[in-house]
Design a protein around this ligand. Structure first.
Ligand code: MTE
Ligand code: HPA
Ligand code: MOS
Length: 772
């Protein structure tokens, strides 16, 4: 950008305003560069992975001759060709890059084939002749539990004396629930482009939420040090958790081939391969038992969850921990026992997905509250409210964190009023009384979501801010852009600190050679952590500029103001670029690093207690559906959502996040069904068989608003995270569907409804209600 460009558009707009996403124009013009769009280096080759066709088997023999003989093939590499360690696991090192003689799921990579073109590589990959000696396979979490087959030791969190509390409880509900997994379905698939550099160096351009981990994995796989490897990611076409750890396989495989051949190698996953190879949201099976009194207040609760971790641990431990820490959702549970186990199954290794176990923990208690309400013949909102956390007492979570920022009561009041909940409940009852086939349903569900990585040391971030002599500003931070708007928010923060309009700030690709030892952009903490780090960097530059301005114009450094692209000092108004230029000539450092570590966090994994979260984000939603009880088809008629983004950094982006998360969560709970055949092959591995929501599934009447509420924690400008928590808002859709089904039995029977509530599942539930 030239000087003229910098001085145009002098509209003041810093933090808290609805600025467009930094790449909005590029996105809509098709000019945003994703990894596959980066112009290829001369000599680039293309790779594909050869995959296991068995769920669990020893590889007896493998004949790669037909692969090597295939058109355009340059090389084929297996486990024997890895220069370093055959591992790409993020925590527990149980994730081979290439199967070491044992395959543990259908889709597990066995080799990589490198060819002149992408198509030739894919064609060749299918030609391997592998002889397997099959072993018994475990495919479901329930089967894993029966076999005591776990990737990690089971976990337990307990408070109080649930035994005694159950004995006292006047009423009880108990039952089982299954909630399926979910494919991340990022629009841009997994991709890594490895380019060898001099003296063993390796540059990896990739689509990842975690450049630093990719750097470590590539270094280990190549037997090198971290300083040999540079990983860069300008943006992702969505990650949704699927690129937190599982971009590693693609980076490692491409880098191994590139290092062996000393030529650039690009490995881009076709959609079917992407879905066959990579892990998804963890499905959960629950067995629950809850005691309650005549008012509907829960007095005792017990839940035993088992999840399908897949063949390796990946992030299943932290996911299960977050599930355990979100079973309470917005409810105070005095006497409670929560168990969770990560079932080892012969399926893809399940991984992070927006919410990271939180949604899976919270939906179980919501299912129970829904049943208690029906058993008592009360409106479910009233039962939920009775059980809400208090503000001065009944405010300690089962893991010992005090809920100091509880706003769920006020938020509920507001949404109950603006959604016209009570009147619509009456209208729906009237409608259902005269409509035998079409039944309407309504549900109000609340959300409380803990913000911070539940692994304490990950809560840190770094940034670099450069102010160039022309007054333009470049920011680089450890977070990654996946469409969520982190760059826009960080740019706003930097612009605000230096008192310039955001048009003067540009964000660069995330690059491990610029900011070191970064955490994944995950746990919704991206803007919180990197925003603070960038603020720290920008403040240091501002302080130096202020000190210099005072030297020049007099006055006190504390009284210098940076605003409207101008520096106000001792009665002078100096254009920002002018002061910058003068400061440079006077030899002032105009760039700075910045760092942030979230204070006050603690976690003891053994006792499952501490203060794992910096604060809680709250929200609630009301959904109204109509269900055709003869076909199981349904439609979301209206959705109202209210979300606590604190003092929002950018309301437009935050509302977009809430809308996106709502629809994505609705897909998880309704139409997105993962289905493995008896041989353990995922059969739903393309959009033709796996139904994500389309634009016509969005409600015509969709009212999303932000709840006006500053964060009590000293977060970046008192904002709150927004990336994941709204994924829990469409619980309201699931329970509205259940409410509509329940109308078939005049709300006397709890419909047994698992997720996803596909049309088949809905019809099954209707049939069961009619049969009772
Ligand atoms: N929004 C878009 N458009 N694309 C994504 O991939 N990922 C979600 C959420 N919103 C995602 C998204 C997930 S899983 C997380 S953890 C957060 O964004 C991460 O970004 P943040 O921490 O900067 O909010
Ligand atoms: N979210 C996402 N990734 C993580 C987390 C989390 O809470 N903890 C460890 N890795
Ligand atoms: Mo998000 S699941 O923490 O990447």
């Amino acid at each position: 950008m030239n000087d003229a460009g910098i001085l145009k558009a002098p509209v003041w707009s810093g933090v808290g305003t609805s600025r467009a996403h930094e790449s909005a124009a590029l996105h809509v013009l098709g000019q945003a560069t994703y990894t596959d769009d980066i112009p290829e280096v001369q000599g680039t080759l293309h790779a594909a992975l050869g995959l296991s066709s068995k769920a669990h088997a020893h590889i007896v023999a493998i004949d790669l001759a037909p692969v090597r003989a295939s058109a355009g093939v340059v090389a084929v590499y297996t486990v024997d060709d890895i220069p370093g360690t055959n591992d790409c696991g993020p925590i527990i090192h149980d994730d081979p890059i290439f199967a070491p003689g044992l395959v543990q799921y259908v889709g597990q990579p066995i080799f990589i084939v490198v060819a002149d073109t992408h198509d030739n590589a894919r064609r060749a990959a299918r030609l391997a002749r592998v002889t397997y000696d099959e072993l018994p396979a475990i495919l479901t979490p329930q089967a894993a539990r029966a076999a005591q087959s776990y990737v990690l030791p089971p976990m337990r969190l307990a408070r109080g004396d649930s035994e005694a509390a159950f004995a006292r409880a006047p009423h009880k509900v108990q039952g089982e629930l299954y909630v399926g997994g979910q494919e991340q379905f990022y629009l841009e698939g997994q991709i890594a482009y490895a380019i060898p550099k001099e003296d063993q160096g390796m540059l990896v351009l990739t689509s990842t939420q975690h450049p630093s981990e990719m750097q470590h994995v590539v270094a280990h796989a190549l037997g090198l040090h971290s300083h040999h490897v540079v990983v860069e990611c300008r943006r992702m076409g969505g990650g949704f958790g699927g690129k937190e750890s599982q971009s590693a396989l693609w980076c490692a495989a491409a880098a191994i081939a590139a290092a062996r051949l000393k030529r650039p190698v690009k490995l881009r996953a076709d959609r079917d391969d992407d879905m066959l190879v990579t892990g998804k949201r963890h499905c959960f099976h629950y067995e629950y038992e809850v005691g309650y009194d005549d008012t509907g207040a829960i007095v005792a609760a017990r839940v035993d969850m088992v999840t399908r971790a897949g063949y390796s641990a990946d992030l299943s431990g932290p996911v299960a921990t977050r599930a355990v820490c979100h079973f309470d959702n917005t409810y105070y549970l005095s006497d409670v026992e929560i168990r969770a186990a990560c079932g080892k199954t012969n399926t893809q290794s399940n991984t992070a997905f927006r919410g990271f176990g939180g949604p899976q923990g919270a939906i179980a208690i919501e299912y129970v509250l829904d049943e208690i309400a029906r058993n008592l013949g009360r409106d479910a909102l009233d039962i939920r409210r009775i059980n809400y956390y208090g503000t001065v007492d009944r405010n300690v979570t089962p893991y010992g964190q005090v809920v100091v920022d509880n706003v769920i009561g006020a938020l509920t009041d507001e949404l109950e009023a603006t959604s016209d909940y009570r009147a619509r409940r009456q209208q729906i009852d009237l409608f259902n009384a005269t409509s035998p086939v079409l039944k309407k349903g309504l549900a109000f569900t609340p959300v409380k979501f803990g913000i911070a990585f539940n692994v304490t040391h990950l809560n840190q971030a770094g940034a670099l801010v450069h102010v160039y002599v022309d007054g333009s500003i470049l920011v680089n931070h450890g977070g990654t852009e996946m469409g969520q708007g982190i760059n826009t928010k960080v740019m706003q923060v930097v612009a605000h600190e230096l008192g310039v309009d955001m048009v003067h700030v540009r964000a660069t690709a995330t690059d491990t050679s610029k900011v070191a030892n970064t955490s994944a952009t995950a746990a919704s903490t991206g803007a919180d952590l990197n925003g603070k780090a960038a603020q720290d960097a920008a403040r240091q530059i501002r302080d130096r500029l202020a000190a210099y301005a005072v030297k020049l114009y007099g006055g006190e450094p504390e009284a210098v103001r940076f605003a409207f692209d101008t520096v106000y000092v001792n009665g002078h108004a100096v254009p920002f670029p002018e002061l910058v230029q003068k400061a440079y000539l006077a030899r002032t450092q105009l760039w700075s690093d910045g760092y942030y570590a979230t204070p006050g966090l603690s976690w003891d994994p053994k006792t499952m207690s501490g203060r794992p979260f910096s604060y809680f984000a709250y929200g609630a939603a009301v959904a109204e559906v109509v269900v055709d009880t003869l076909t199981g088809e349904w439609k979301l008629l209206r959705a109202d959502a209210l979300y606590d983004a604190g003092r929002s950094l950018n309301p437009a982006i935050d509302i977009g996040q809430v809308e996106g998360a709502f629809i994505q969560g609705m897909g998880w709970l309704t139409t997105e069904e993962l289905w493995w055949n008896d041989g353990g092959k995922l059969m739903t591995h393309a959009p033709s068989t796996y139904k994500i929501p389309g634009v016509s599934d969005c409600p015509e009447d969709f009212r999303v608003r932000l709840f006006d509420n500053g964060n009590v924690e000293d977060s970046i400008h008192r904002s709150k995270a927004v990336g994941e928590p709204p994924l829990l808002l469409p619980f309201s859709v699931f329970f509205a569907i259940r409410d509509a089904i329940s109308a078939v039995g005049d709300h006397q029977i709890n419909p047994p409804l698992n997720a996803p509530a596909t049309s088949e599942e809905i019809l099954k539930a209707v049939t069961e209600v009619l049969a009772r």
